[in-house]
Design a protein around this ligand. Sequence first.
Ligand SMILES: CCCCCCCCCCC/C=C/C(=O)SCCNC(=O)CCNC(=O)[C@H](O)C(C)(C)COP(=O)(O)OP(=O)(O)OC[C@H]1O[C@@H](n2cnc3c(N)ncnc32)[C@H](O)[C@@H]1OP(=O)(O)O
Ligand SMILES: Cc1cc2nc3c(=O)[nH]c(=O)nc-3n(C[C@H](O)[C@H](O)[C@H](O)COP(=O)(O)OP(=O)(O)OC[C@H]3O[C@@H](n4cnc5c(N)ncnc54)[C@H](O)[C@@H]3O)c2cc1C
Length: 633
Amino acid sequence: MNPDILRERQNATFDIEKLTNILDGGAERTNRRREIREVLVLNDPDFDYGTPTSLPTMILKLREYGISDPVEINWYKSMYWGTGREALGLHYVMFLPTLYTQCDSEQFNKWVPLIIGTYAQTEMGHGTHLRGLETTATFDPATQEFVMHSPTVTSIKWWPGGRNPLFLPLIFLSIPLSASLFDLFLSGFALPTCSGIVIGDIGPKFGFDAVDNGYLKLEHVRIPRENMLMKYAQVKPDGSYVKPLSSKLTYGTMVFIRSLIVGNAGIVLSQCCTIAIRYSAVRHQSEIRAGEAEPQILDYQTQQHKLFPLLATAYAFLFAGQYMIDTYNRISGDINQGDLSEMPELHALSAGLKAFTTWTANTGIEVCRMSCGGHGYSRSSALPDIYVEFTPSCTYEGENTVMMLQTARFLMKSYRQVQAGQQLSGAVSYLNKVHHRVMAPQAVSSQLDLNLNTLVDLYEIRAAMLVELAAQSIQQESARGKCQEDSWNNSTIDLVRASDAHCHYMVLKMFRDKVDQIEDPGVHSVMSTLAHLYAIHGMGNFTGDFLQAGVLTGAQVPSVSKCLKGLLAEVRPSAVLLVDAFDHHDKMLNSVLGRHDGNVYEAMFEWARSSPLNRTEVHESFHKHLKPLQAKL
Ligand SMILES: CCCCCCCCCCC/C=C/C(=O)SCCNC(=O)CCNC(=O)[C@H](O)C(C)(C)COP(=O)(O)OP(=O)(O)OC[C@H]1O[C@@H](n2cnc3c(N)ncnc32)[C@H](O)[C@@H]1OP(=O)(O)O
Ligand SMILES: Cc1cc2nc3c(=O)[nH]c(=O)nc-3n(C[C@H](O)[C@H](O)[C@H](O)COP(=O)(O)OP(=O)(O)OC[C@H]3O[C@@H](n4cnc5c(N)ncnc54)[C@H](O)[C@@H]3O)c2cc1C
């Protein structure tokens, strides 16, 4: 083991295993996760980590081991595929959940165990604006069929992931918005068995290469009436349409995946922090005091300022992810029972947190990569690949700006309800104080009050102020004679800013609530420090907001920076231990820089020597191109 890493792991001030248990949701789940990882994947003789693993093998293994719990399936798959994406991930996270939530019982029994499918909603001309989708589904009572048609080039379905040319059951969204299971069994390779179908691949992408994203053009293709998913809406044999309780029930799968993405952002950021902080513990460079040995780069304050707030953010997002999926499960259970009362809040929370966490993590991955210098740019670090695979999450499942505006829509509606004298509950209950002017800035002492509860209150006041400012912008636009839509559009910068602040407050509040639940004194202390660091770092980034909200004075601004520096120094001794607690296995991280043993250089040399470019002493291109050229000179 590298001596630096060894030293970093001595004198731990908290029980790492207990922190890992908290992240997993208990010691039993940690043990089960490790059993799946060590016994069922790594020690499985059929599993050769060096070769691409096949989906059928994985599915048969899951059945052989009796793994059916979605969380355990995800543990198995994440070990199986490492940090990359799996080819048919969309089948698991969108196609199946749509069947589970949108099929009536007869359809469920008919399709769920049998097919692998994709989710074809986006068209070349529309991804965000679902009410703009052009694909038509016209019911023909004479034949009891839907005629599916792509009337324009912009209506061609574009992006469906895992568009396996062999067969292609699709969840299809078409006008009127309904989800029809569009069974499309193609024989041969991409040669449709029935006329009217044109499919193909949309071509090379920025990354996401494990997933083949395709296109699908339909020319009056007929599918049975029974292929419309009929749990919430039905078309009867006589052609009459039974409306769903809410047209937004069709959007349910997107809410589910957005809820998953929140925790996934925390996982990906924790992977990158593990790599960058372990590497920063073993990398020595330059000097702090002349004549002394080159220090660990983790001892540079700027390196700590790059990485430790991200470390705190990774923990914050992991806890937010737990809260999000628990909230999703609770409210979707109510929706299943016909109680749609909290559906708007679930949509606003999942949309906002999906955007907030993916934007932050996306930037954070790049900070981690650049903090590793040149070696961070090497594929051996795994950081470039992690970035390339994660960055589309800011676009798919709801483009982030649009998602923030959806949350803003809910905040404005809530603000208007408070103005009308209603009492709010739930995540926006803090807006009640705005109406009663209880939100007046607290008497801010000359010293920064570092109590975590106080910091949460300050974030709450900041969010409320920005919600009120956005609402006032809309009112001012209206007062200038703008119509409602233009007043909204002319305020969208303020609206996104208000949603961002609302999400920031929510994440800090969840972090504080999780810390309050931690009983072990050592773990509580180190997590409390990280929560403070998360809050103070945000206050440093958005000082203007806190000044504008009147909860920070100009005289206090220097103490924000001073406090931040103190917290960085406080985290320093525990940094490696805090990433160890994420418990990412070397095989899954697949990073020379992030190895648990810290033996980076030896591993990097081996990694480079294994490159195909080094298979021969002299590359064949010399003999093929340079040598003949030299002979002519
Ligand atoms: C295990 C780890 C997993 C990690 C992640 C793995 C990733 C896998 C790979 C993923 C591959 C990608 C797949 C895709 O991208 S699939 C396609 C995704 N597409 C979208 O998300 C489309 C985004 N657009 C929309 O959702 C809607 O168009 C939008 C919400 C933006 C607008 O809808 P609409 O125009 O119909 O509604 P309005 O804005 O007019 O609002 C009207 C009211 O409806 C409410 N509303 C809107 N959506 C919802 C909803 N989903 N639930 C509840 N309510 C909703 C809205 O709030 C309005 O209400 P009020 O009138 O009361 O204000
Ligand atoms: C890797 C990847 C995988 C995908 N997989 C699938 C899949 O399997 N199935 C599927 O159906 N789709 C899939 N998609 C498509 C994805 O869902 C869409 O790209 C996404 O919904 C964004 O829509 P868009 O591309 O139309 O972007 P647009 O909405 O055109 O965004 C372009 C710009 O317009 C802005 N904008 C749009 N509307 C507004 C507004 N109302 N207010 C302010 N600004 C606005 C956006 O903020 C953005 O800056 C995938 C996409 C990617 C990148």
